[in-house]
Design a protein around this ligand. Sequence first.
Ligand code: PLP
Length: 400
Amino acid sequence: MTNLRQLFLEHVGQTSDNPMMIEAERAEGIYLYGPDGRRWIDLISGVSVSAVGHGNRQVIDAICAQAQDYLHLMVYGEAVESPQVRYAQRIASLLPDPLDTVYFVNSGSEAVEGALKLAKRYTGRTEIVYYENAYHGSTHGSLSVMGGEEYRNAYRPLLPDTHCIRFNRMDDLCRITPRTACVIIEPVQGEGGIFLSDRAYLAALRKRCDETGTLLVYDEIQTGLGRTGTLYFFQQYGIVPDILCTAKAFGGGMPLGAFISSNRIMSSLKTNPVLGHITTFGGHPVCCAAGLAALEYILSEKLMEQVEAKGARYEERLGGHPAVKEIRRTGLLMAVEYENSAVTQRIVLDAIEAGLMTEWFLFHDTAMRIAPPMTITPDEIDESCDILLGVIDRATGRAK
Ligand code: PLP
């Protein structure tokens, strides 16, 4: 083991017994390069972050230019910082009404925290409804609406007055009542293993929220910035939330998140108490400059228009293999389902060994994640499929 890997285990806080231990010296496009000449194809984009590829020139130039101008000036919401203003205005111009006001934070969990607080503050209610197999982050508030008991139980007591319902189940909508401040849903469940909400279900959910005066919160932290073929997945259904949470790709590789709502709803954080949500670094100018550059790159290179064909190519190449039980997919976000968790684990670990960076899902360990940078080319897709098919053959005893 290299000295650095040993020091990593000794001094960098660990939360798992078996970290990937990939040591990269540099990363470019879809590739990560190790100091020993090893190379991995990035099939997960740092979990939906590196949408525009590693080392994207436009993003790096924007970071360098902003770093020359200024770094941190003042806590969030006081100084007029052009990267924040320009990014907020641009993202609002691409979202439907009334999503016109952006509160920047540092991460996905923080976006969820802000959204939950905003819903409680605006409605004056306390109850929050969430979903089985939902993942919204690791802070106490986001943990309180996580649909995986195993991860929550050790940290109780959590937020009170939270209630779990089943995904896509119309008969559970009656659990949303005039007591409910908000419902938080991933329109595509990510860590649950890539399960899409039904259009009819989301429409019924929207209607129920309107009837009960409940705010509808979408967590599009994993799906955002074009990975599913539209800027946010919900735009495919046209069913608009009251609050939208975004992060991951939103920062172009830098730490940035946001909760986005109408100016009217967002304004409730201004009074009783004033400064209803505070962050020092939220919307850091360098992160906003990077995020905006990534967004402009996605738009100018028409990457959103390409993800459907790219995802379909993976589906075609992998779907016919007898060890692949199912592929669930939207754009370039997909779950490849194998027979059981042991097979999945074997394939994932062998794939990493063979030069593919991938993993399984937090709440679904029988499926492998494929979500490469949106910049991946058809040849690179084929290269990754060739490697993966060989790995699957060997792991399932089919190699000739
Ligand atoms: N929400 C979803 C859907 C996520 O996938 C994640 C992270 O994986 C989060 C929230 C939390 O984001 P972060 O890790 O930036 O706090």
